[in-house]
Design a protein around this ligand. Sequence first.
Ligand SMILES: [Fe+2]
Ligand SMILES: [Fe+2]
Length: 305
Amino acid sequence: MPVRFVFVTDSHHYPDAPKDYAAPKMLTQSQKILDAMVPAINAVSPDFIVHGGDLLCGGSSFEMPSKTYLRSIDEVANAFDQLQAPIYYVPGNHDCDARTGSFERFARRFPIPDTVDVFDAAPGVRVATVNIYQCDPFTDGQGIWTDELDQALSDAAREAYDRRCALILALHTWILPLEGETGSTTIITHADRLLETIATHPAIVMVLTGHRHSNRICLIHGCLLLDTACIIGYPMGFREITLYEDGTVQTTFRQLDLADLVQQSYHRSTADENLGWAGTLQDRDREVVLPRLHAIWNKNQRMGN
Ligand SMILES: [Fe+2]
Ligand SMILES: [Fe+2]
């Protein structure tokens, strides 16, 4: 049986937002987007859902009052209670309280890992959710790949391999810069180490990230990197991803059925910037045979959980 799941990220709910803030975000419309998102995800009938973080607008940039922050936690949690499949969360830099930088109130309603949590999400599929904010989310919004995270991921990958399970890694920020891009804040700190760990462990078949609000798909060491655009602004959607027994992965970007809002958000950026947010067709929709998935599911008979 194929495994189908949804990856959605950067929903940035802000009750009664005073403005939209930087493009492509449409924060003044966040309730409408939240209301459309839940039935759109349910319509896909996924086996499970992964959220890539920035559910909220805490942290830096948004000046969100603490009272509004607490209200936003409740409103998102109540909306997501209507999701009909299990959902796994990673924290984003904007999920902490804007005043204190604490994730404590967020974590009360949204189960997030201290370091790395591993879930048996479907037969032969494990999801590793990672908290990359053992640091100050205000000054290190890109997160840090620490020794502790590296050890925990390596252990999870070894165990998944022994069980013939594909391991899907979810974290908030990118691990590979754009071509020609330099500078340390565009990707997670110590990304080289994480890339080396991914290279070493063939059970890691896929990496899911958000944060930059752009679609991009790369294949590295036989592992698929699915960087995904935000749902709070153009292109305003999420990824539907299906894993087939022969190792084929099919991913489709599903835009919300909010044509007017999509247009409004589109008009906040130039054509080039919009191409950056949405990515090329190849960054949105792709069908590939994933060597690592093929290997782990076909080496021996596939095992259950
Ligand atoms: Fe974000
Ligand atoms: Fe972020």
